[in-house]
Design a protein around this ligand. Structure first.
Ligand code: CP
Length: 305
């Protein structure tokens, strides 16, 4: 049984195949409209979501399948104390594939160990968000034409931002990648990412607190929200939340073909004035998320047959 818990569960050639399928779906949607006919996708969301849950549901519908699920823990039997392991066994009776978002790191892995259908991690605590990473890789491929030889800036909450951790892990497998890690000192990238990914793979990176000083060298600027829900102390969140706000003026020194990404939701970190800039890719990124999730559902359902 194939699951997707972390981006490292997919080989580079499998990622390339998923991207190729997503691009074919974009070009020929009708060809895929019955791929999941008669199949059901369960969405188990113990944490809030707009894009991930609804894009999975839209993806399954566009593949001709059905959807069921819950969007908050309190409306499920988790509120009565049911374990993740038991929930996974129960949902396996109803659905052909399940997608889980959970506030606890490792919860989707526990589900995968107990399910008899494929499990997809839709975000576990501050740990991983592999389908956002697939979305980001498709976005980079579509907007830049390549996944190698890029200088990528990550800006904002690099400590708690699970999308950052997953995307850095994925990019570490391509050649010619340089990283510029822009964050307040309190929100730098965790040591385990530095040790296990950056240092182990020999990926060149610099850490800085200044967006203005580094924006001019970037091919990709990946902005992130300060993750309020992961802070222990509201005062720290308030002090750090507006550390970086991308404005049209700050783009004056950026490359003309810079690709500005954000996993969304944004709070203040990109001003709405940037939205009309041709370099703003974050709403296109949302749509790419639906296509890559269609490709992933198709792949995992076929592997489960
Ligand atoms: N990017 C992302 O995970 O968005 P949601 O929290 O709305 O799913």
């Amino acid at each position: 049984m194939r699951h997707l818990i972390g981006i490292e569960d997919l080989s580079v050639s499998e990622i390339e195949s998923l991207i190729a399928t997503a691009e074919d779906i974009i070009a020929n949607p009708q060809k895929y409209s019955a791929c999941a006919a008669g199949k059901k996708l369960a969405t188990l969301f113990y944490e809030p979501s707009t894009r991930t849950r609804l894009s999975f549901e839209a993806a399954m519908m566009e593949l001709g399948g059905g959807v069921l699920g819950f969007s908050e823990a309190q409306s499920s039997s988790a509120a009565k104390g049911e374990s993740i392991a038991d929930t996974a066994k129960v949902i396996s009776c109803f659905a052909d594939i399940m997608v889980m978002r959970h506030f606890k790191e490792g919860a989707p892995m526990v589900a995968a160990m107990n399910a008899t259908v494929p499990v997809i991690n839709a975000g576990d605590g501050g740990h991983n968000h592999p389908t956002q990473t697939l979305t980001d890789l498709l976005t980079i491929k579509r907007e830049k034409g390549r996944l190698d030889n890029l200088t990528v800036g990550f800006c904002g909450d690099l400590k708690f931002g699970r999308t950052v951790h997953s995307l850095i892990t994925a990019l570490s497998r391509y050649t010619g990648i340089k990283l510029v890690l822009i964050s307040p000192k309190e929100l730098t990238i965790p040591d385990y990412i530095k040790n296990e990914v950056l240092d182990k793979k020999g990926l060149p990176y610099v850490e800085t607190t200044s967006l203005e000083d580094s924006i001019g060298e970037l091919d990709i600027l990946y902005m992130t929200r300060v993750q309020r829900e992961r802070f222990f102390n509201e005062q720290d969140y308030i002090r750090l939340k507006d550390s970086y706000i991308l404005t049209p003026e700050k783009l004056d020194t950026a490359k003309s073909d810079l690709c500005i990404m954000h996993p969304l939701p944004r709070v203040n970190e990109i001003s709405v004035g940037v939205d009309k800039d041709s370099r703003a890719c974050y709403f296109k990124q949302v749509l790419y998320g639906k296509y890559i999730r269609m490709a992933l559902i198709k792949m995992l359902l076929e592997a489960a047959q």
